[in-house]
Structures are given as structure tokens and as C-alpha cells.
Design a protein around this ligand. Structure first.
Ligand code: ZN
Length: 433
């Protein structure tokens, strides 16, 4: 099966825009009436709901940020009474209070629909056995995928993250053909497989549905080759709905944004100005078909660009490029914008290194320094010193070519850099700014 819901996924563009306009007008009226936060913000800039008639008018509305959600903790941005909310999720939030989101019964149905579309994009069908190794709980990953897979009617293994040996055992015994988890965990599973000398041929794995953190094209190749799957990138965030905001199709050339539910914009993160198609900037979402906690122009902090051209798969929904980084993760080193993903691309391209690395930023005598720790294979470490030196030089030169920045590269033995089973930490910034 190619599509889950062709009526919407392949909708004529003019009709789609008409639907967006109608739903946007509806949403703006609703939040104005029911959420004091939005009413006050609109009043402050002198905008009434009647001023918003089409998607083009969206620019008139103020942005919403994660901080706004925190300031209205826990339920301040809900647009319905708590009695209508059937599910509450919250972001992990490393400091202070989490950001809280709520779903009505209808929102759960919508979310399941969006995830059914996403999983279908990734190769999941009714006969699939899908192992969900995303975390279950307050995090939206596990339950989001779960509901979509059940909607399709696939056989769901709700194993959650961690306990990799057990994951592998069940994957083999239960005949899992679809694996859903973070890309870094997929790689960790693949590594464990190799370490335990498990024969991949005994597995039925065919498809991978990976998201919740940015990953590169090279990392995809690595995972596909090591796990023997076709891997797609999925995108979402709890503030917008969870996973199910956008998904790659099997063309793997950008992620389709489900535009009958979300309007996407890309803005300049410094000035807030809207950017034209194709320009990289911060991704902003407005939800237009959500009841519990609709968001207006929510700033995701993710950096991407929109691709308006029609995709070969037949879906008409606009695509976004794979996320290249976060406005938060963007390191400014000696005036140069650096995303960890750029360094990762260089490393995987060179090969001979494991895609495990760590960036250490420091400031010595008022000068920013960037040290790149890279794990290399056992084989190389037992090899002659000269080969290590050559590799070090090659990485240093290629990073310099890519970023225009001189860095110090240090090759380390396998498993030196700490592994995580969830999202990976790639940067240590020791600068006291
Ligand atoms: Zn497509």
C-alpha cells in the first residue's frame, strides 16, 4: 500500500489551500475565545480574529515559544476544559518545569490517523510486525507510534527503549519486520548485533522508522547497511502533536508535512521574517485541526528549508528537508555557525571511523577552540601509527574544508565516548560566556 489516506495526502493543491484557510480561520477564532494568552497577545498587536482570512494573513500573528508554554504551566494554553482532555503528555525538560500538552478524544483519533500515514510511508502494512523501541510514557514517541500502528492493524510489540539484548531476541523470535526508534538507538542495536555476532539473515527486518533527533544522510546509509532495512526519517514534536507532523516517503527526498493539519513556515531565527521556499531557517508550525492545545506560529528551533516541488510518490503535501540542526545546537565558533551534523557527515563520508564523536568547545586566551573526539575502529588502533596520523590529518582537512574552521582532532579507541540509548549528547561547551 502506497498511501494511508489518498483523499488528503494527494489532495489537489488549490483545494488543500482552501481547506487550510477554512481551518485556520476556525482555529484563530477558537483560541481567541478560549485561551486568554492568545487573546491578549493578539490584542497587544491590534489584531482581531476577523483580520485572519487566509494562510497569507498568518504573518500578522505573533509567535508562540516553548517559554510561553512554560509560563502558562501546566494547562494555561489548553483551549478546552480539562474534562474534555483524555491524555496528557509532557516534554522531559532538562531544567525546571516540563511543557505540557493535552489531547481530546478527537485529537487522539487525529494523531492516530497522522501516524498511520507516517507508518504507511515507512512500509508498515496490516501484516507487519512492528517493534516500538521509542520510549513509552510522558514522551510522545512510544504511544504516538503505537496508536498509528494499531490503526493500521499491524501487530504491535510495545517494548519501549533499552535492554538491547532483549530487543534483539524478540526481534528475531517474533519476526519483527518494522523497527521504530531513534536513529542513534538503531545504530546502537546494529552495533550490539555485530558485537554478539548475531546473524542478520535470521531476522525479518525490512523497514526502519526513525526520528525524534536529527540525523544525516550518511547515518541513514550506515543504518540501512548494518540492519538491512529501508530507513525513513519521521518528524514531530509534542507541542505540535508528537510524531506525525511530517514523514519521508520511500523517495527519501524530504519529509511531507501533513498540511491538512499543520501550516509550516520557515523564518529567519534572528529577525523573525518569513523566508522564501528553499531558504534554510527556523521551522514554525500552526496547527489547524487540533482541539486540546492548538498552537499558533510555534517556533520549533529546528533548522530546515521547505521544498514546494511535487514529489514523485504522488503526495501533494509540501516537503521539508531533513533537519540540519537546532537553533539551540548551533555553535558559533569564532563567528562561524557550526552544526554537529555537519561534522558527522564528514566523519561518515571518510569511513574508517565509527559515527561516534564528541565536540568539545573551549575558550583559551580569548580564542574559541573546537576539539573533535572521534572513535576509530579496533582494527585501525592495532595498525601502525602512521595510518592513524594520516586519518587524523584527513579529518582535520575535511572539516576545515566543510566549515572553514581549523579544529583539533583527537582519535580515540572504540567505546571511549559514552553511549546513550535515547538522544545522544554530542557537545560539551566549556566556554564561560
Ligand atoms: Zn513523496
Amino acid at each position: 500500500m502506497l498511501y494511508w489516506n489518498p483523499t488528503y495526502e494527494c489532495m489537489d493543491r488549490d483545494k488543500l489551500v482552501e481547506l487550510q484557510n477554512e481551518r485556520l480561520v476556525n482555529t484563530v477564532h477558537k483560541v481567541y475565545q478560549n485561551v486568554p494568552y492568545y487573546r491578549q497577545k493578539m490584542q497587544a498587536v491590534g489584531i482581531m480574529p476577523e483580520d485572519i482570512k487566509t494562510v497569507d494573513d498568518l504573518k500578522k500573528l505573533p509567535f508562540t515559544t516553548k517559554q510561553d508554554l512554560r509560563d502558562n504551566y501546566p494547562y494555561g494554553l489548553f483551549a478546552v476544559p480539562l474534562s474534555e482532555i483524555v491524555r496528557i503528555h509532557a516534554s522531559s525538560g532538562t531544567t525546571g518545569k516540563p511543557t505540557v500538552v493535552g489531547y481530546t478524544k478527537q485529537d487522539i483519533i487525529s494523531w492516530s490517523e497522522l501516524m498511520a500515514r507516517t507508518l504507511t510511508c515507512g512500509g508498515t502494512v496490516k501484516n507487519s510486525v512492528i517493534q516500538i523501541a521509542y520510549g513509552y510514557g510522558l514522551f510522545t514517541g512510544g504511544l504516538g507510534v503505537h496508536y498509528g500502528a494499531e490503526r493500521i492493524g499491524a501487530s504491535v510489540i510495545p517494548i519501549s527503549g533499552g535492554n538491547t539484548k532483549r530487543q534483539l531476541m524478540l526481534m528475531k523470535d517474533f519476526g519483527t519486520d518494522v523497527l521504530a526508534c531513534t536513529p542513534s538507538y538503531a545504530l546502537y542495536i546494529a552495533e550490539t548485533m555485530q558485537e554478539l555476532k548475531i546473524d542478520r539473515q535470521k531476522f525479518k527486518l525490512k523497514y526502519g522508522i526513525f526520528g525524534a533527533e536529527p540525523w544525516t544522510e550518511n547515518m541513514r546509509k550506515e543504518i540501512e547497511q548494518k540492519l538491512g532495512v529501508s530507513a525513513i526519517d519521521i518528524y514531530g514534536l509534542s507541542e505540535v502533536i508528537g510524531p506525525g507532523v511530517a514523514s519521508e516517503c520511500q523517495c527519501k527526498d524530504g519529509l511531507h508535512i501533513f498540511e491538512d493539519y499543520f501550516i509550516a513556515e520557515v523564518i529567519d531565527p534572528e529577525t523573525g521574517e518569513s523566508l522564501p521556499y528553499g531558504k534554510e531557517g527556523e521551522l514554525v508550525f500552526t496547527t489547524i485541526n487540533k482541539e486540546g492545545i492548538p498552537v499558533i506560529r510555534y517556533r520549533t528551533k529546528d533548522i530546515t528549508a521547505l521544498i514546494p516541488d511535487q514529489c514523485e510518490c504522488g503526495r501533494t503535501h509540501i516537503r521539508m528537508k531533513k533537519i540540519i540542526g537546532r537553533t539551540d545546537d548551533m555553535l558559533v565558533i569564532r563567528g562561524v555557525n557550526v552544526f554537529p551534523s555537519q561534522i558527522e557527515s564528514v566523519l561518515v563520508e571518510i569511513g574508517d571511523t565509527e559515527p561516534h564523536y564528541m565536540l568539545i568547545v573551549d575558550r583559551i586566551n580569548n580564542l574559541d577552540t573546537l576539539e573533535v573526539l572521534v572513535e576509530v575502529s579496533d582494527r585501525l588502533f592495532s595498525d601502525e601509527v602512521k595510518r592513524l596520523e594520516d586519518l587524523n590529518k584527513e579529518i582535520t582537512r575535511k572539516i576545515h574544508d566543510t566549515l572553514g574552521l581549523a579544529v583539533k582532532v583527537r582519535l580515540v579507541e572504540p567505546k571511549t565516548i559514552e553511549r546513550t540509548e535515547g538522544k545522544s549528547k554530542r557537545v560539551i561547551d566549556n566556554r564561560k560566556i
